[in-house]
Design a protein around this ligand. Structure first.
Ligand code: NDP
Length: 334
């Protein structure tokens, strides 16, 4: 079977040389472990941070060792004490085609009426991120104006829909006309700004004439610089991600975030968060999101690459904006 290891730490944008495929034996199960066949593998922007060895909230990947992240898998061998053969499970697991692991590290996927891959997207880590960032930090209210960057992605597309459920007016910032049409026509955002074709500052002034009450921050850089002066008094900023800075080479100057003046004047509250901070509320969020997805009140999209050999391309595609909704790789059929 194949696994993907971190071949070298990238400086700047990762390339195909960042990854290396290795042929290894299917792992032998230790007592109590189950053997999994990988079905879907998630590629996420935060993985870029783990490819560097800078201090962070999560351990860096080790050169020469398998990369890992969210995976949906089928149990193909089990002693039946906790999980049965045929069960579908998810967990943070190594990027390989077969995995031997303790059931303690897995969560059973038992969502009905939605694809099992959603456990890596709208009903997984990105879904929880949007939910807690928007509802626990952004706290949008009826009639307020909310702006979401990265708005057609896994987190942003849900964050905007959740704000609309609270009666807010929602503007999404995206990188293509197709994405702008998708979030407005399909997801019900009030309007969109295409940062590749419009002046973001002017477009926001026109589309958010009452200023901005909540800015859900996914990208950082110059896009966000255009948002800061338009924040209203007592605005809230869930600081979720800053993808525009993830591929800066060593020594390259960071961009954006000259916010002190306008933030003090407007008494803006900006809070960085990691989805794991809300772990004790996960089950309540899963319940609410599952029911919204099953009833069709929340829509989601997945961009799925087919085949284990597609993992590097799928990961690199996150930084060129090729995905609408959650970027995934389908490794095998159940
Ligand atoms: P997405 O599905 O949004 O995929 C990434 C998208 O980012 C791309 O499709 C692209 O869309 C946009 N993008 C890429 N490069 C740039 C750039 N240089 N400038 C502007 N936009 C860019 O990813 P996720 O939804 O998984 O993640 C969104 C953000 O949330 C990331 O910053 C991520 O790190 C963060 N995050 C934070 C978590 C937390 O716990 N705090 C947990 C999960 C995610 P476009 O075509 O519109 O440019």
């Amino acid at each position: 079977m194949r696994q993907i290891i971190l071949h070298e730490r990238p400086d700047g944008m990762p390339t195909k040389d960042t990854f290396q495929y290795q042929e290894v034996d299917v792992p032998a199960q230790k007592s109590g472990e189950v053997l999994l066949k990988t079905l879907y593998l998630s590629v996420d922007p935060y993985m870029r941070g783990r490819m560097s060895d800078l201090p962070s909230y999560v351990e860096p990947f080790q050169v020469g060792k398998p990369l890992n992240g969210g995976i949906v898998a089928e149990v193909i061998e089990s002693d039946g004490s906790v999980l049965n053969t045929g069960d579908i499970v998810t967990g943070a697991l190594p990027w390989q085609e077969y995995i031997a692991v303790s059931p303690d590290e897995l969560r059973r996927v038992d969502v009905h009426g939605v694809p099992i891959s959603s456990a890596l997207g709208v009903l997984g880590m990105p879904g929880l991120t949007a939910y807690f960032g928007m509802y626990h930090i952004g706290e949008p209210k009826e009639g307020e104006t909310v702006v979401v960057s990265g708005a057609a992605g896994a987190v942003g597309s849900l964050a905007g829909q959740l704000a609309a459920k609270r009666g807010a007016r929602v503007t999404g910032i995206v990188g293509s006309r197709e994405k702008a049409d998708y979030i407005v026509e399909k997801l019900g955002f009030d309007n969109a700004v295409n940062y590749k074709e419009e002046n973001v500052s002017d477009a926001l002034k026109a589309k958010c004439p009452d200023g901005i009450d909540v800015y859900f921050e996914n990208v950082g850089g110059e896009i966000s610089d255009a948002v800061w002066p338009q924040l209203n008094t007592f605005a809230r900023v869930p600081l979720c991600g800053a993808i525009a800075s993830y591929n800066l080479a060593e020594g390259e100057k960071d961009i954006g975030l000259r916010v002190q003046g306008p933030f003090i004047k407007s008494r803006v509250k900006m809070q960085g968060f990691i989805v794991g901070d809300f772990a004790k509320h996960f089950s309540e969020a899963y319940r609410e999101l599952s029911s919204l997805v099953q009833s069709g009140d929340i829509l989601f999209e997945e961009t799925i690459h087919e085949g284990f050999d597609q993992v590097p391309d799928a990961f690199l595609g996150l930084f060129t904006g090729e995905n609408i909704g959650k970027q995934l790789v389908k490794v095998a059929a159940p």
